[in-house]
Design a protein around this ligand. Structure first.
Ligand code: NAI
Length: 268
């Protein structure tokens, strides 16, 4: 069994203090072009973007309805702003940001206005401030406890990728059924017997469970994970999961992007 890195109770006591994002589940997300999610954000500062030296005074709670299309673009903003920060860029205009991100400047302004703007006429955006605020909106101000079920090629690749941890997604245990893998470690993360999964979840708060097993057993596994308390599933198995609405599911299918590429370059 993996080490008890976190007691369930202590983790549950961690509350996102700045905001709560209510996402629709995966099924709804698929047909979400016209649907909205409600995002409650604690904005430091006021709605008129009073920003001085990258800091804003006061604090209000703004309740807004944000389209999922906007939410889906936020990781791209976050990534680009992170790269700018690494280059020690302090501020950027919406035009420069739009050139970098290949999104129109008006799109950027519209997107960010959903969250109170963050910009200032003639000044542009304070990169660090915007990065921090978008991080808060995305929920990147805390740690997420993650497990991986299926410690084969893909599971191990995920475990070996250290950047997820930098974003706050901490892989705490992996599970598999293969005897030769059980008891071994990948980058210090132990692989436990999948038969111990239920017991593990009784004692550990699991925020995100990644499914990297063959597709045949994935739906059954996902249903058990939900029953045992997983809040979100990161599904790599090429199959659709039908789970209760309150469970968030992100499907990652590399083959889908390859098919989009093949569509783009195919010869008629
Ligand atoms: P793999 O065969 O290397 O690893 C699968 C692991 O799952 C094995 O270690 C096996 O012992 C374990 N396993 C099988 N059934 C299990 C169960 N019921 N409980 C616990 N462990 C179990 O396969 P690979 O290449 O890592 O692929 C894993 C899954 O990820 C497959 O479903 C594959 O189709 C999918 N995949 C998805 C990609 C994507 O872009 N979404 C990309 C690559 C793979």
């Amino acid at each position: 069994m993996c080490k008890a890195a976190h007691e369930k109770q202590s983790t549950l006591s961690v509350i996102d203090k700045d905001f709560t994002i209510l996402y629709n589940n995966k099924k709804e997300v698929c047909k979400l072009s016209e649907q909205i999610v409600i995002v409650y954000i604690l904005v430091i500062g006021n709605n008129r973007f009073a920003m001085k030296n990258g800091k804003v005074g006061g604090a209000i709670v703004a309740a807004k309805e944000i389209s999922m299309a906007v939410i889906k673009r936020l990781p791209k903003y976050y990534r680009n702003l992170g790269e700018l920060l690494e280059k020690q860029v302090e501020r950027i205009s919406s035009k420069e940001l739009s050139e970098r991100m290949q999104v129109t400047a008006s799109q950027i302004r519209q997107d960010l206005n959903n969250f109170g703007g963050f910009g200032q006429q003639g000044y542009g955006y304070n990169v660090e401030y915007l990065y921090t605020e978008i991080g808060k909106i995305l929920g990147l101000t805390r740690k997420y406890h993650m497990i991986v079920i299926g410690a084969g090629n893909l599971g191990q690749a995920i475990a070996n990728y250290t950047d997820f941890e930098k974003l706050g997604f901490v892989l705490e245990c992996m599970f598999d059924q293969k005897e030769s893998l059980i008891g071994t470690e990948i980058r210090g993360v132990k692989i436990a017997d999948v038969s111990e999964l239920e017991e593990y979840m009784k004692h550990h708060a699991v925020d995100i469970a990644a499914i990297t097993i063959p597709k045949d057993h994935a739906p059954e596994l996902a249903a058990s994970l939900v029953k045992w308390g997983a809040r979100a599933i990161w599904n790599f198995a090429p199959t659709d999961l039908h789970l209760p609405e309150e469970v968030k599911v992100e499907n990652v299918h590399l083959a889908d992007s390859l098919m989009r590429l093949s569509y783009s370059i195919k010869k008629e």
